[in-house]
Design a protein around this ligand. Structure first.
Ligand code: NAD
Length: 400
């Protein structure tokens, strides 16, 4: 698993050579052809990937990404991040992820359902045994998880289902809830800024971005800019987030008249207290990191900041709440849903929110302590915590 710099971490955590060997590659990777007879001469033919990065702490947990350009390398990286994220959040899961190389926008509901059924057909063993527990990621959503449940008939085999199909009230907005809470605590405790006085720019207005905006807006923060893949809008007095959410839900994109039009690049370098990248990977890079004016970055997306950008941000004193900490709210809620599925209990949204905020606060406090003890960034501190947890688990299981 390549995304961590083990040599850099070694000064702060004991990583035996055999642990590095085990953590340097995925435990298991499955590549398969996903084929569907669409009727007549029409054959849908594509590739899919499932990666189990490390499962020493529990079954592989991780979403299904559906995008035309998804690659095995990307799925591998995301599965690894899930290993660290579940460890930082203290959840009894390992890291996994799937990718299906299709553009969901080109599929009818009927075709997407058929694709999800075929996915279960190929991966039936991993799903029914509980070894892999998927959830939504980019390009998939609650209805797709409901289809998986419809095939396995095992409530805990998949999370992120709609509440009326065994899903969890509060799961849909849980990642954004956690990102917003992480931002609020960091603003208050690390920067002595009251969230209601803060200005925020959010890249990406999908599940994570829109709900992050909504919770920060409700906390009184001024969301001055948001964007999606089609463009960005700005209002120095604060955007009307509930209105934007309602309109984006009906059209699938941000309304152009929601604010002054700016570019995504301008959004990333706006003069706002907080920047939340909540779209996709590699958005803050060596090319734009020096221009970032935010004092705090809270990573809603997975891997939005490159290593080079990270070094520049650290030199410039920009605080970064890393993805494996900041966006763990989704997998925390997935854990609650999995537990609900196993026990048959009923959970209220308020309990989901409470569990998300408690887990984020606990993990953030641990990260801040390690960072100040070792004089390292919050990202390195989160990685130190995650690696030490996973290494200890591998030792306990006799893997090394
Ligand atoms: P989504 O598909 O619901 O939304 C993605 C948003 O980003 C859309 O608004 C899209 O238009 C926008 N976007 C895409 N490319 C962009 C670009 N170049 N510039 C600006 N906007 C762009 O996806 P999501 O579920 O919100 O996931 C977003 C990120 O958060 C991903 O990295 C995902 O892995 C991560 N994440 C998601 C969850 C979850 O529970 N959904 C949990 C943890 C992490």
């Amino acid at each position: 698993m390549p995304s961590l710099d083990f040599d850099a971490l070694r000064g702060h955590v004991d990583i035996p050579k055999n642990a590095e060997r085990l953590l340097s590659r995925s435990e298991k990777e499955i590549t398969f052809s996903l084929n569907l007879n669409m009727g007549g001469d029409d054959l849908l033919e594509t590739s899919a990937y499932v990666v189990f990065a490390n499962t020493c702490r529990g079954p592989a947990k991780g979403g299904i990404r559906m995008a035309s350009n998804v690659t095995l390398a990307e799925v591998r990286d995301l599965a690894e991040r899930m290993t660290w994220k579940t460890a930082v959040a203290g959840l009894p899961f390992g890291g996994g992820k799937s990718g299906i190389c299709l553009d969901p926008k080109t599929l009818t509901r009927f075709q997407k359902t058929a694709v999800m059924k075929e996915f279960v057909h190929v991966l039936g063993l991993e799903l029914r045994s509980g070894f892999y527990i998927p959830a939504p990621d980019m390009g998939t959503g609650p209805s797709d998880m409901a289809v998986i449940y419809g095939e396995t008939h095992i409530p805990e085999s998949v999370t992120g289902k709609p509440p009326r199909v065994g899903g969890l009230p509060g799961r849909r907005e849980a990642t954004g809830r956690g990102v917003a809470h992480c931002a609020e605590v960091a603003l208050r405790e690390l920067l002595s800024i009251e969230p209601c006085k803060a200005t925020v720019a959010v890249q990406g207005f999908g599940n994570v971005g829109s709900w992050t905006c909504r919770f920060l807006h409700d906390a009184g923060a001024k969301i001055v800019a948001v964007s999606d893949e089609y463009g960005a809008i700005y209002n120095e007095n604060g955007l009307d987030i509930p209105d934007l959410m309602a309109r984006a839900a009906s059209t699938g994109q941000l309304p152009e008249d929601g604010g002054e039009s700016i570019t995504n690049e301008q959004l990333l370098t706006l003069d706002a207290d907080v920047l939340v990248p909540a779209a996709c990977e590699d958005q803050i890079t060596g090319a734009n990191a020096a221009d970032v004016k935010a004092r705090l970055i809270v990573e809603g997306a997975n891997g939005p900041t490159t290593r080079e950008a990270d070094r520049i941000l650290e030199e410039n004193g920009v605080l970064v709440m890393p993805d494996i900490l900041a966006n763990c709210g989704g997998v925390v809620a997935s854990y609650v849903e999995w537990r609900q599925g196993k026990s048959g209990s009923i959970t209220e949204a308020s309990e989901t929110y409470r569990t998300v905020t408690e887990r984020i606060e606990k993990a953030l406090a641990q990260v801040v302590t390690v960072a100040s003890e070792h004089k390292i960034s919050y990202r390195t501190a989160a990685e130190v915590l995650a690696v030490s947890e996973v290494v200890a688990a591998m030792q306990e299981r006799g893997w090394m």
